[in-house]
Design a protein around this ligand. Structure first.
Ligand SMILES: [Zn+2]
Length: 223
């Protein structure tokens, strides 16, 4: 039985339990990303769709140190990025980049890091606005890809500080070319997602590995 009716902004008993558990799972994942150097200096943000209401998002609050992030560093927002709880919590400036993706009802989790390899890949591997990667077994980490002979294209967008404008550019591009498994913002970092947190995690790890491989190959004189 749903504890909270769709669209309601009234929290009822039981909501906090799902919130704490979802935020806790996300927090422990994010702490591991700190150890990998992907989320330095309070950067980056992470979210999952609430199990209590499909129009709510559990997302990291602004400015939290990812080395120590815990469930109380998350908050609930609606699909417009407005705070639901806790009262007065400050959403990240990039909340709109998350919430706009969740309007695609297939998406259950969005992960964003400032990893150096994603930024470097956009600098040195981009051709015609995308980073193309192919030839590795790990491409099979992406749903629907069944052979290493596949290619994935990760679009690159210019970094701008107007998040509404940036989210509109991103969604407009996807509406024309189809949804990729992620995208990179120049000089900034990567966004990726999945139906579940487990799928989004798999996508992020695979993309980081693929960026790293293609960058190393380029360093060694490959293409
Ligand atoms: Zn960012």
């Amino acid at each position: 039985m749903a504890l909270v009716s769709r669209g309601s902004h009234h929290l009822k008993p039981g909501v906090a339990n799902s919130f704490d558990q979802q935020a806790g799972n996300l927090a422990s994942l994010v702490r591991s990303y700190y150890q990998r150097g992907w989320v330095p200096a309070t950067s980056s943000n992470f979210s999952v769709r609430s199990e209590d209401n499909e129009d709510w998002i559990v997302i990291s609050q602004s400015g939290k140190d990812k080395e120590y992030i815990a469930s109380h560093d998350f908050m609930l927002v609606d699909l417009e990025g407005q705070c639901i709880q806790p009262k007065g919590a400050k959403p990240s400036a990039e909340t709109l980049l998350h919430t706009s993706l969740y309007k695609n009802t297939e998406i259950g989790a969005v992960l964003h890091t400032h990893s150096l390899d994603s930024i470097m890949a956009a600098e040195v591997l981009r051709e015609n606005g995308v980073i193309s990667m192919q030839g590795l077994e790990l491409l099979k980490a992406f749903s629907g890809i069944e052979t290493h002979e596949s290619t994935i294209d990760i679009p690159v967008f210019q970094n701008i500080q107007d998040m509404k404008e940036l989210s509109e550019r991103v969604l407009h591009s996807f509406s024309k070319s189809g949804w990729p498994v992620g995208y990179v913002i120049e000089g900034h970092g990567i966004y990726t997602w999945g139906k579940s947190l487990a799928e989004a995690k798999r996508h992020l790890e695979a993309l980081e590995y693929l960026f790293n491989f293609h960058l190393r190959r380029k360093n060694h004189g490959g293409h």
